[in-house]
Ligand binder design. Structure first.
Ligand code: SF4
Length: 358
């Protein structure tokens, strides 16, 4: 193995609480290329996850090659999923990464079952498939090839510029199935972006990746989300963001204000108290009644961003209400929701959306 000699010995592994529950754990490793990060390599029993909830219908399928995410966004709603292993939703989520090393092989077996009816599958709705660890494990090429070979439509939502590596594969796959790509770029102020999403590539690097995807002939949306109240909702920031999105050649743009549920809220508020203590009381008030910003705010934001989207000649993309990824074009076009509707409380299906695990 390429990484032999880098394994954590059994004593250290056992010392990590909760990991004993991973009865499919192969080994835990650290490497100098990823300082401070531990990878827990597991043999997954399944690759396709059905989004829970009866409203998910036939189409709520996801694949999560990893669990935990080095992009380390303070607002990440997948953070609480680490609690299952007694790992915390803060630094452990960023640095203790569970890797399904056999995900592509398991996926091929599942896709070959006669019962698989090839509904669209979403990648990147819980943890990022192109986080830096993908450079080490290279799981995505096998996943893309398996999905394309089976004729299963799929979407990828990412903040990772490593997506570029797989553009030729995606071009090839697009001849066999429907592919929807989206780059998540919420923050166009470099200092703020490095503070609140410290493991992510810059907005400039992500926009360049959008351009590379478009130059290869594929569509690519930009998720301008989450918009952070009082931090990234100024007209100046939104206007500059949309100008740059349009310049990148993005096919469409989606937006929403921040969603802050328990398990994420505590972590985000720690960041806010450290970086913007003047905003703590306003956020406490905003998110006192639930995970969504007040409806008045969402309407205000819709009124502010709507003319800017039009001014920059951008189309509005569509989110899949079940998975949270880009809506698959394999499901048909349909009419996009009105801007104000987009900022209203989500459907019961979306409210039920939970990060899926193993
Ligand atoms: S990139 Fe996505 S999954 Fe990763 S930490 Fe950020 S919000 Fe979470």
């Amino acid at each position: 193995m390429r990484w032999s000699g880098q394994e954590i010995n059994g004593e250290q592994t056992d010392a990590l609480p909760g990991l004993a529950r991973l009865n499919n754990l192969v080994r835990s490793v650290r490497t100098p290329d990823f300082a401070g990060v531990t990878f827990h390599e597991v043999l997954a029993k399944s690759a396709l996850n059905k989004v829970p909830g009866k409203n998910a219908g036939l189409f709520g399928w996801t694949i999560n090659p990893m669990r935990g995410c080095q992009h380390a966004c303070a607002y990440c709603f997948a953070r609480p999923t680490h609690g299952y292993l007694d790992l915390d939703a803060g630094a452990d989520f960023d640095n203790q990464i569970i890797v399904k090393v056999n995900v592509a092989e398991v996926l091929r077996t599942e896709l070959a079952k006669p019962t698989w009816q090839r509904p669209p599958v979403a990648l990147g709705t819980n943890t990022d498939p192109y986080q830096r660890a993908e450079g080490r494990y290279q799981l995505m090429p096998g996943i893309i090839e398996a999905l394309a070979d089976s004729g299963t439509p799929f979407s990828i939502l990412t903040k990772g510029t490593l997506l570029r590596r797989d553009i030729p594969l995606l071009v090839d796959a697009s001849a066999r199935t429907t592919i929807d790509l989206a780059m998540s770029i919420a923050i166009y102020d470099d200092e703020l972006q490095q503070s609140v999403e410290p493991g992510t590539p810059t907005a400039t690097a992500r926009l360049a990746t959008v351009t590379a995807v478009r130059e290869a002939g594929l569509k690519c949306s930009v998720f301008l989300m989450p918009i952070l109240p009082f931090l990234t909702d100024t007209t100046a920031h939104l206007d500059e963001a949309l100008r740059r999105v349009a310049e990148s050649g993005a096919t469409s743009v989606l937006y929403s204000s921040m969603y802050l549920k328990p398990g994420t809220k505590e972590w985000f508020m720690q960041w806010l108290a450290r970086e913007h203590p003047e905003l703590v009381a306003r956020y406490e008030s905003f998110y006192s009644a639930g995970a969504y910003a007040p409806v008045e705010y969402r309407k205000w934001l819709a009124d502010r961003i709507s003319p800017l989207i039009r001014r920059h000649g951008l189309e509005r993309g569509r989110e899949d209400p079940v998975t949270g990824g880009p809506r698959s074009r394999a499901l048909g076009v349909g009419s996009p929701p009105a801007l104000v509707t987009e900022e209203l409380p989500p459907s019961p299906a979306a409210a039920l959306r939970q990060p899926t695990l193993f």
